[in-house]
Design a binder for this molecule. Structure first.
Ligand code: COI
Length: 354
């Protein structure tokens, strides 16, 4: 696909690379591709970063007709810029799109257009330890009509944000509140998609957890409120009596790219990884009797985030000594080593940007 490039003649000052936080700064350009049922995807362009205009009746504003992705790019020691598993994000965005009757974007258009955008904004990729360029592709309906029906017109946009750690804790263990009042997703719902609405609906529980001094919420299934699903912004894994257990995927859990990568790494180290239903009672018992050896979250933004403490039905249960477990540390070192080009990439996960 041809991409028109309009350079930003008024570039911003760069942020303090050592104090980025997450999602606070954006590069000088963005990518836009439009879609209508008649034309298909058309008018791909890289333009100066700035406001998007739309009609007040646009579908996204009324019915949250929106999906997104999150992936990262890194400047490696050899000076090359690489993205991590962009085809997996492209495929997942199309699975989200199908759930919302949105159009699929060809995977090679997703990957190649992002490569072009990163190439234009190369100087926005931070090089400090524990930093990266977070890539946020999203698709929404800009169709003007307040009827609830499948729209004919959409926009695909990509913005870039230089980031540090997602949680202020960095690699230090986070405290997790097990939510048993609100639910994130239910059978037949949209939990497996990356749609903005899933995250909007989670905010009230996140506020509740924050107010009580916890970093994030662990969600239980929406039917029985019994089985562990995922943490607000990451999938979750436990080491119980030497075995790694992680909730099996279904229609209410996001199929994380980092989750899948970790499972591959763990198995390659000879560790047993089981994807199965794990009840909150089983976790409670394991935490109480010392069988819970480690707990950690996995995600693009969160990378590997060790969990040091759970609050389950009002009771606080520490995971071992509350520190970083050996498996979490090894996963973090290996995954970021591959992503940052400091370790070999035997799985072909990284893709060079032009
Ligand atoms: C990600 O890990 O990329 C996410 O999308 C999580 C969050 C920032 C919504």
């Amino acid at each position: 696909m041809d991409i028109q490039i309009t350079k930003n003649t008024n570039p911003k000052a760069k942020p303090d690379w050592s104090n980025l936080g997450f999602g606070n700064f954006f590069s000088d350009h963005m990518l836009i591709i439009d879609y209508t049922t008649d034309k298909g995807w058309y008018d791909a362009r890289i333009v100066p970063y700035g406001p998007l205009s739309m009609d007040p009746s646009a579908g996204v504003l009324h019915y949250a007709i929106e999906i997104f992705e999150g992936l990262k790019a890194y400047t490696c020691p050899d000076g090359k810029v690489r993205m991590f598993r962009p085809h997996s994000n492209a495929a997942r965005m199309n699975r989200s799109a199908a759930r919302f009757c949105m159009p699929a974007l060809p995977e090679d258009v997703f990957v190649d257009s992002i490569r072009r955008l990163i190439d234009v904004d190369r100087d926005w990729i931070p090089r400090e330890d524990d930093t990266s360029l977070y890539i946020r592709p999203f698709m929404y309906s800009d169709q003007s009509n307040v009827g609830v029906r499948i729209p004919d017109s959409y926009r695909f946009v990509v913005i870039l944000s230089p980031v540090g750690a997602y949680y202020p804790e960095g690699l230090n263990p986070v405290k997790i509140y097990v939510e048993d009042e609100y639910v994130r997703a239910s059978k037949g719902g949209t939990g497996f998609t990356k749609c903005g609405g899933n995250y909007a609906a989670s905010l009230i529980a996140q506020k509740k957890a924050k107010d009580m001094g916890f970093t994030q919420v662990l969600w239980l299934d929406g039917v029985e409120r019994k089985y562990i699903e995922e943490v607000g912004t990451m999938n979750v894994m436990f080491k119980i009596k030497g075995e790694i257990v992680t909730p099996e995927l279904g229609d209410s859990i996001l199929p994380g790219v980092t989750r899948e990568s970790c499972i591959q790494l763990l198995r390659s180290w000879g560790l047993s990884v089981t994807e199965r239903k794990l009840s909150i009672d089983e976790l409670y018992e394991a935490a109480r009797n010392g069988d819970l050896e480690e707990a950690f979250g996995t995600g693009t933004a969160a990378v590997i985030s060790p969990i040091g403490l759970f609050s389950i039905r009002g009771e606080k249960l520490q995971v071992q000594d509350g520190g970083i477990g050996a498996v979490s540390q090894r996963l973090y070192d290996t995954l970021t080593g591959i992503q940052w080009g400091k370790l070999p990439d035997p799985y072909g996960w990284t893709l060079e940007v032009g």
